[in-house]
Design a protein around this ligand. Structure first.
Ligand SMILES: N[C@@H](CCC(=O)N[C@@H](CS)C(=O)NCC(=O)O)C(=O)O
Length: 314
């Protein structure tokens, strides 16, 4: 194992579009990272040993600090590696709000679009897992509806992509101008998913010539530099490190959170996911960090975004 226990470790699998969003951010910043390939389907015992139960992809680790959700990951990348910024604009508040739509509503719609387009030939275990995660208890019916309503879903996708194509027709390289930003990665992962996993994706996207030029510009950014790393070594890194997360709770916390309180944290959607249990180490408007200990990983801090996540005091 390398002695660089605090270096950037990325837990993901190659086919994940949300992981692709973060890989583009690594590219924008020119980062070197260690890549742990996790299973596409649960169980993911080596990952959940670190996260305390969070099973989604991707997850980033710096030593004993574990970052769940791409929202939290992008924010941490900008904090640790500020140049070049992922938000090279004075309008970063607006961009952040827009990114909640790309990562939430638009991503969920794209999942329905891609899964619905495959119909009955979708692998059964994959359909059951992702169906439950994204479409709720009645996922089998949801998948049928997505298949039946595919033309509608295509129209819902065509509208925003036409708008982006028109914006890019002034010849700009990236959505905000000359420099790439997180909003490029946040739209790109949707387009990457459609192109790669919907059989009609390439033909559909060929309508948008400026969007395709932009796609090539984003692809050319690359992913920084990665080296393979084992899940065992990642766990050893966590065990050999102390968490470095800040402590304390910012004033006016709407839930009255206090340092040391026992809580659970989970995505605020009906995905049937296991909540993560721990004690509050830090919380503010953007982030909640919980501390947990286990024999295999020692004491770790698990970081979540506040937006889109549910914190329950237990
Ligand atoms: N809001 C999360 C969404 C993550 C997500 O849903 N990722 C997909 C992969 S692209 C996933 O976790 N699928 C199930 C899995 O990998 O087990 C984020 O932005 O990180």
């Amino acid at each position: 194992m390398t002695d660089n226990t605090d270096g950037l470790i990325f837990h993901a699998y190659p086919q994940s579009p949300v992981a692709e969003k973060v890989r583009v951010a690594f590219g924008i910043k020119g980062l070197a990272w260690r890549s742990v390939e996790i299973p596409r389907l649960p169980p993911k015992p080596m990952l959940t040993a670190l996260t305390g139960g969070y099973r989604r992809t991707p997850v980033v680790q710096f030593g004993a600090d574990i970052y769940c959700d791409s929202q939290c990951i992008l924010r941490e990348l900008d904090r640790r590696f500020p140049t070049p910024s992922l938000m090279p604009t004075a309008d970063h508040g607006l961009m952040w709000c827009l990114s909640r739509w790309t990562d939430g509503t638009l991503f969920d719609q794209t999942v329905r679009h891609v899964l619905g387009s495959v119909g009955d030939s979708l692998d059964k275990d994959f359909a059951q897992d992702r169906g439950r995660l994204y479409l709720g208890e009645n996922w089998a019916e949801g998948l049928k509806q997505a298949n039946a309503q595919l033309p509608h879903l295509v129209a819902q996708m065509r509208a925003p992509l036409s708008g982006l194509d028109a914006q890019l027709s002034d010849g700009r390289a990236f959505l905000l101008g000359d420099a790439p930003s997180s909003i490029d990665a946040q739209f790109y992962h949707i387009v990457w998913f459609l192109r790669g996993r919907w059989a009609d994706g390439p033909s559909f996207l060929s309508e948008f010539s400026d969007l395709e030029r932009w796609e090539q510009n984003v692809a050319a950014i690359g992913h920084g530099t990665s080296t393979d790393f084992s899940a065992e070594d990642a766990i050893a890194c966590a065990r050999a490190s102390e968490p470095k997360a800040d402590t304390g709770v910012a004033e006016r916390d709407p839930q009255g959170l206090e340092e040391g309180m026992s809580v659970t944290v989970s995505p605020d959607v009906d995905g049937g996911e296991q909540p993560v249990t721990g004690s509050i180490r830090f919380a503010n408007a953007d982030t909640v960090v919980i501390e947990r200990s286990a024999d295999d990983v020692g004491t770790v801090c698990v970081h979540f975004p506040r937006f889109g996540y549910r914190v329950d005091v237990v």
